[in-house]
Design a protein around this ligand. Structure first.
Ligand SMILES: Cc1ncc(COP(=O)(O)O)c(C=O)c1O
Length: 438
């Protein structure tokens, strides 16, 4: 099928996410390998976003392909109450790479389902109903996850199910809680404690946070925030759920992002990098005391495709590739190259406000004036950002341009040379936003 036929039929018969059908402009993709993918016409793209921040090990890895093929040939599916070798091995493997306090996992099909089931788990475990989360967050597109989500995709889906309370992030957008990171953290936690008091601590089951905020800014928590947050929540018997759907599996230069911040959450939700997107799978990891509760009490939740053999085989192989090929270590190493390139671009381009990188989790913010005002407002657009996105696409760089920022999240197997190749394209593209700087 050529590119035109592919686009025409896809648009005619299939519905695209988060968009008006007539406005979508899908990129035709035929094959992919390593950090590159190709259109049917043979045009090469450098994947600077690991597709949807999920192809962590890179495209087309033969070991994962073989593991999936072998599993399908042997046993593609059995119902969730069965025991299988791949389920046994994957549970054991996750127990090895998560903290010693976590030894039980519930498998789902993706990130939203992981969060949905985490909501059920915290409610059934604590007997409390309310859930706290933050405005700058995305937790998935199912109904409850839309209410958990703070970003603007929530708004057309409201009103949703009750019981979700949103709070401000420790790094608010337009003003500061305090001058230093420590002051910001202290002020934010004081504010949060006041919210907990008003909402009634005994009614709050858990707080969900993206350990490092992903789509809404690639924002690592300020110093001391997660430790302070864990202690504050513990004081009121509220569980901490770290959503590591995007930040987990090496993206930040550690297997899980919370390892940077000296905490062990009560629950961790994961997906994306769990299989590096070779097959759909999500998981909820829980501390032993929560697991024990569900040894003695029914867990009121289920999925036809819970512990699906093919997803588990993909996950097992993809995690082994991450470990054997030292890709988590590579992400940590490449952070320095990304940092250097971002600093170089900030010096060269007046429109670059800031670049953030933790491992290979990166974002650059574009400003429209010396006051640092974003080139496009929150939930808004600007012609220069649209033009920048088109430039990237025309020049073979695949990434997400969103509002006044763009993403830098390549597969973790990227080399220094390939990373610099991506930033060389970005360097040329930034002349567009420089020209729009007022
Ligand atoms: C932090 C986070 N949580 C949850 C999700 C939802 O995952 P899924 O799209 O697999 O349902 C996403 C997806 O982007 C995410 O980034």
């Amino acid at each position: 099928m050529n590119s035109e036929e592919m686009i025409d039929l896809c648009k005619r018969h299939t519905m695209y996410t988060w968009s008006k059908g007539e406005a979508v402009n899908p990129l035709p993709v035929e094959r992919a390998e390593g950090v590159y993918f190709y259109t049917p016409d043979g045009k090469q793209f450098l994947d600077f976003n690991s597709q949807l921040m999920c192809v962590n090990i890179g495209h087309g890895h033969p070991k994962v392909i073989k593991a999936i093929q072998d599993q399908v040939a042997q046993l593609a599916y059995v119902f969730p109450a069965s025991a299988t070798a791949v389920r046994a091995r994957m549970g054991q493997l996750l127990a090895k790479i998560t903290p010693p306090e976590m030894n039980r996992f519930f498998f789902t099909l993706g990130g939203a389902e992981a969060n949905e089931n985490a909501i059920k788990i915290v409610r059934q475990y604590t007997g409390r109903q309310k859930i706290l989360s933050r405005y700058r967050s995305y937790h998935g597109a199912t109904n409850a996850c839309m209410q958990l989500t703070g970003d603007p995709r929530r708004i057309p889906n409201e009103p949703g199910t009750p019981g979700f309370v949103k709070v401000m992030d420790p790094r608010p957008y337009h003003y500061s809680f305090g001058a230093t990171e420590e002051e910001q953290t202290a002020e934010n936690l004081k504010y949060l404690e006041e919210v907990i008091m008003y909402e009634g601590p005994d009614s709050i089951a858990a707080m969900f946070v993206e350990t490092v905020i992903g789509t809404n800014g690639v924002l690592p928590p300020p110093k001391g925030y997660l430790k302070g947050l864990k202690a504050l929540l513990e004081k009121y018997g509220i569980l901490l759920v770290c959503d590591e759907v995007m930040a987990g599996f090496g993206r930040t230069g550690k297997m899980f992002a919370f390892e940077h911040f000296g905490i062990v959450p009560d629950i961790v939700t994961m997906a994306k990098g769990l299989t590096s997107a070779y097959a759909p799978l999500g998981a909820v990891a829980m501390r032993d005391e929560i697991a024990q509760h569900f040894d003695e009490n029914v867990f009121w939740g289920g999925l036809t495709y819970n512990s699906h053999c093919v997803g588990l085989a993909a996950a097992e192989a993809a995690i082994n590739v991450l470990i054997e090929e030292e890709l988590v270590e590579n992400a940590a190493k490449m952070q320095h190259v990304m940092r250097e390139e971002m600093d170089r671009l900030q010096e060269r381009h007046v429109s670059v406000k800031e670049g953030r990188a933790l491992g290979l989790f990166g974002m650059m913010d574009i400003q429209k004036n010396a006051d640092g005002e974003p080139m496009a407002p929150y939930n808004g657009s600007h012609p220069a950002m649209t033009k920048l996105g088109k430039f990237f696409r025309d020049n073979g760089l695949f990434t997400f341009v969103r509002w006044g920022s763009f993403m830098c999240n390549p597969p973790l197997c990227i080399t220094e040379e390939q990373l610099r190749e991506g930033f060389a394209i970005i360097d040329r593209g930034l002349e567009i936003t420089d020209a729009a700087f007022e």
